[in-house]
Design a binder for this molecule. Structure first.
Ligand code: SF4
Length: 182
């Protein structure tokens, strides 16, 4: 395996909103941590929206949304959410797998479930998010989010897409998984 070595300047300040969210969601037992690659391209946009749908709509009680930048660049509440989670789901926009590779760099024993969003909606999207209609982003993101919840989140009531205003259409394809949870 070949590695890059980077140095990240430390910050002294903290984002209160981010730390408050991390404190509130640092439950026992820990919630499933959901992160996305957060890429700027259309593939990253689907991954980002799907992660938001899982953590804020389809499985609010069982999952917590991770701020990838916050968790990667500083060792505070967001990284702790990932560190203490028994399961971490990484929704990736493409095969580059940015969020899982980044977080494995700062938490070496991390073994996230890697979900390839592009293999679920199964389209070759362009780079620019201005080239994809907003409503199609919603369709693709729901498809990914519903599959993530169905396959990797053991919901106890909050996770039913139908109960939470989600599309009940679902997706019949197999999960695009590379790794498995701890
Ligand atoms: S996984 Fe792909 S889409 Fe996501 S940030 Fe990395 S290169 Fe971009």
């Amino acid at each position: 395996m070949d590695y890059e070595t980077i140095q990240i300047t430390k910050v002294t300040g903290k984002c209160p909103a981010c730390e408050d969210y991390a404190d509130t969601n640092s439950t026992t037992p820990p919630k499933i941590a959901v992160m996305a690659c957060e890429g700027a391209c259309a593939r990253g946009e689907v991954a980002r929206r799907a992660a938001n749908l899982v953590a804020h709509r389809l499985a609010r009680d069982e999952t917590v949304r991770i701020c990838l930048g916050g968790a990667f660049t500083k060792d505070t509440g967001q990284r702790n959410l990932v560190r203490r989670a028994e399961k971490v789901i990484a929704i990736e926009g493409c095969f580059i797998n940015c969020s899982s590779r980044m977080m494995e760099g700062v938490i070496p024993d991390l073994k996230p479930v890697i979900v390839r969003a592009d293999l679920i909606y199964n389209l070759d999207l362009p780079f620019g998010i201005d080239e994809v209609p907003d409503e199609m982003f919603t369709v693709y993101a729901y498809k990914v989010a519903e599959q993530v919840v169905r396959d990797y989140v053991n919901t106890t009531g909050s996770g039913s897409p139908e109960k939470n205003g989600g599309c009940a259409g679902g997706c019949g394809s197999k999960p695009a998984i590379k790794g498995c949870g701890k």
